[in-house]
Design a protein around this ligand. Sequence first.
Ligand code: ADP
Length: 660
Amino acid sequence: MTMTLTETGDSATGGSIMINPCRYRERCVEPCPRLTINPADPPDLSNLSCMRLFRRRDAIVHLVPTAFVAVLCFVGSYHHFLAKGMEALNKTAIQEVTLHTQRLEREIAKFGMLPLAASMNRDVIDYLKGDRTAARDEAVTRILQSLNESAGASQTFVIDATGRVVASSNRGLSDSFIARDLSYRRYVQDAPAGRVEGYYGIGTTTNMPGYYLATAVEESGRRLGTIATKIEFDRLERYWLNGAQRQLVVIDGNGVIVLASRADWKYHVVGKLSAQQQRSFYDTKQYNRATIAPLVWQSITPSVGDRSLLRAGLPGQARDYLTVSAIPPSLSMLLMVLVDPADAQRLALAEAGLIAIAVVLVALGMYIVHEKRLASQEQRFAGEALQATYSRLKAQFEQRSAQLRVANDGLRQEVAERIESERRLRGYQDELLRTENLAVIGELSAGLAHEVNQPLAAMAALSENAERFLQRGDLDTVQFNLSRIGDLIARMATLTGRLRSFARRSDGEITAAPLAPSIESAVTLMSHRLKKDGIEVKSVAPEEPLWACCDNIRLEQVLVNLLSNAIEALADTEEPVIEIRSRLAGDKALIEVADNGTGLSETVKHRLFEPFFTTRKASGLGLGLAISANIINSFDGSLCAENRPQGGALFRITLKAHIA
Ligand code: ADP
């Protein structure tokens, strides 16, 4: 895997180089938006939805052939293991068939000698030829008995040419066949001379199955009779089935199961019986006229492994079997071993499953190794990309830091300039305040001249009078005049003192101060103008002295300004009144200066506190209220104005009350 270097068109970074560590980059039609947006974060690539989609697709691309190969392996190995399993089963079945055939052969061979030996005996031949004397009869019976006992057979008997039993090893016993007509039996009809043949049959008296080994006795081509030995079939069955591990059946020439390890299969026919066969069974009483029901018996294709199977069993219970069969020559019946292939199938299934799982695991392992290799490469490239991005960002950061430093210096300089401008502005404001105060003082000076002239004139008259009364020796009047002069001087001193304090600069300190003296002082300062214009002043104050946080000198200047504006507004009012009301409202101290003058028009109301706004073009500077509001604001208070319902304006100073 190689990394891709992409030139980003980012003008801010000067067209930096972006490393694309994404392993799927070649599959994308457009440049990766994620990497373009945030190239500094390549490790997060694995969480991108496009990456997840590509990874899922890759996994599917790997998964499909893996699944296909796994299925192929499964099917192939199943067939292989099944064939092997079936082969093994077949081998054991063959061994078993051989073993059972040999056992049966041995057993039958043991009994087969009896009829042959008897058929060659002279007494027996003579007996059959017609010599039925008691001595012969006895001799024959003895021979039969000794032969029978030597092999342990059920009974050995002699049948004459008419099919009637004429001698028997168990003569005199209840199960003896003596005098019975057995001409209907096949072995009586068909038994060959010189050798033994076996016949299966069910006894008509005992209803017990038996195996009859029979041979014909002939002389000069003439059939004299038949010698037969009966073997109890259940004994043979017990002996034969002893130790059988698998399902075994013996099927006779008629297709009838005469011997089976499953008792319920006995006397069932494999395949179908023709009507002729059924009649023959009836006639020969071979199965003692028992009903011969059919058994399911059909071969199955396709085969399992390379063996074909047989479906066998009672109707409704049939199962599949692997079969191995043999025909023992002495028995002339089919001996069959039926093996259940389910175990071999299960085993083959398990082995094939293991093979398929192993294939999947190997494929998975290979895929994981491949993925891990790609992922570690990707991670390495991502790390390198991150490093490159980091270096680029660091350079950008340093460049921006330098720019910021320059900007910062500029800002700092600007701030210093602003502070200087503000300081200068404050100086101008103070200057303006003083100018405004001086304007007020100028206004007041005319009144003050009058105020001062009056006592001066009174003092001149009083001193003149005092001189005259002193010459007359009227000392009491002189003393009275002098004390009047003293009062007038004190009054003048008060007036000038107030004026001086009004004109002086405040130290700007805000303290708790009583409001009443400031109000009183302002009214005193304006008293001449008030008097001159015939304005009545109503002052309402609470009983308890009201204190507030302020600078009383500057508060006095504000009050003088409000009174001065009120006097201006009352110029055309017939009965001019100014009300000064101070009161406590919660934690606030309020001073309201109200007049019954012109009131405030809408325009005036909106621009009242704007600097240089005035309606008195000739005399006003338009700074009084702007400065007053500024002063009150500096006390953390407020100044507002409104029209009174009865006419006129009301200005309200709100201060923080000082409650002792
Ligand atoms: P100046 O007194 O120099 O005009 P001010 O700032 O003190 O400046 O007042 C601004 C304007 O506000 C005045 O010109 C006047 O129109 C109006 N004004 C102030 N006080 C009152 C008042 N009590 N009644 C009516 N108008 C007033």
